[in-house]
Design a protein around this ligand. Structure first.
Ligand SMILES: [Zn+2]
Ligand SMILES: [Zn+2]
Length: 365
């Protein structure tokens, strides 16, 4: 099959022929209908995160099951699925406690090892084993994934839209609804209005936030945030967002979501909090980056800093529910898609994201 292979930082991302083994026990094969290009893919290409290479890129996508491995129950050929980059093992203490986004097997075996849950890869390039990315590798014509990472959804939902639910939307909406559990009437700020940030804005709207302040250096992105439910916008290229928030909402905000993950934006999120507020780190920085804050002020003001991994989702519960919200009109996804392009455009789509003007590009194999 054709797939997008990343070998090393500085090397071109190339579309090439890759061999994919059939699904093993507990696995399924999915024909990819659409795969979203996410900032995490950019971190990989820049070499900012340690990942086993070479790998087939992509961790967001949706498609149709074409083959079911031995022992799989609850999924069948023809099922429409959204791919989850956490395939819960169901056995570890986090999975048993319902905190599946923290699954230990997903983190320590799959993500760290570049393999599927059983510790091996189904991918090879010219006879040599190569890695999966986050157990998904969706920038390809097909993917073999653990069955628990293929989330069955209603088949009337357009796959080339709901692919986004697997990362951007689950991450952004989940950070608001699950990690922070924003209460109705809250005052919320979202820093960064890309795919994840615009999903957080919509999550805040769904949670009943009274004020939702969208912050970005690009006014076309804050304008879109207003259309999706934000009540106020701040142009971070024109003013210090912390001062601008204080001018707009004296005292600060109850929740500040950093959907970018720069040191500066994380520190801004902490500094714009009202007493009792929580800063939620959603966007991810390069490995090893350090932010600072003043512990005395945090303690005196009874504030919190929360990390949000994959929106603290339970994939099998939250992903179908988000698809239902889209189909019911509560959640708007078309607006998050800036382009659809073939696999051959993966490198160009990453360049666009790097330049900051793209929202989500969907690769259509
Ligand atoms: Zn992602
Ligand atoms: Zn687990």
């Amino acid at each position: 099959m054709k797939a997008v292979v990343f070998t090393a930082p500085g090397e071109p991302v190339e579309v090439t022929d890759v061999d994919l083994d059939p699904p093993g026990p507990g696995e399924v094969k999915v024909k990819i209908a659409a795969a979203g290009v996410c900032h995490s893919d950019l971190h990989v290409r820049r070499g900012e995160w340690p990942v086993p290479v070479p790998l087939v890129m992509g961790h967001e996508g949706a498609g149709v099951i074409t083959q079911v491995g031995p022992g799989v129950t609850g999924l069948a050929e023809g099922d429409h699925v959204v791919l989850s980059w956490v395939a819960p093992c169901g056995q570890c203490r986090y999975c048993r406690a319902g905190r599946e986004a923290r699954c230990q097997v997903a983190a320590t075996v799959v993500a760290a090892g570049g393999v599927l849950s059983d510790g091996t890869s189904r991918l090879s390039l010219r006879g040599r084993r190569i890695s999966h990315y986050l157990g998904v590798s969706s920038f390809a014509e097909y993917a073999v994934v653990p069955a628990s990472g293929a989330i069955k959804v209603r088949d009337d939902a357009p796959l080339d839209v709901i692919a986004l639910v697997g990362c951007a939307v689950a991450t952004g909406v989940g950070a608001v609804m699950n990690t922070a559990a924003v209460e109705p009437g809250s005052v919320v700020a979202v820093i960064g209005c890309g795919g994840v940030g615009l999903s957080a804005v919509q999550g805040a709207r769904l949670a009943g936030a009274a004020r939702i302040v969208a912050i970005d250096v690009r006014t076309e992105k804050t304008a879109l945030a207003l259309a999706l439910g934000a009540t106020d916008e701040i142009d971070a290229s024109a003013a210090d967002p912390v001062i601008a928030v204080q001018d707009l909402l004296p005292g600060g905000v109850d929740y500040a979501f950093d959907a970018i993950g720069l040191i500066s934006t994380t520190e801004q999120a902490i500094r714009m909090l009202a007493p009792g507020g929580a800063a939620v780190i959603v966007g991810l920085p390069p490995a090893g980056a350090k932010a600072s804050f003043e512990p005395l002020l945090l303690a005196e003001a009874d504030q919190r800093i929360l990390g949000s991994n994959y929106g603290s989702v339970r994939p099998a519960v939250d992903i179908p529910a988000l698809v239902d919200r889209f189909m019911g009109g509560d959640l708007r996804l078309h607006e998050l898609i800036s382009a659809r392009a073939p696999l051959e455009s993966a490198a160009a789509a990453l360049d666009e994201l790097e330049a900051g003007h793209a929202l989500r590009t969907l690769l259509i194999p």
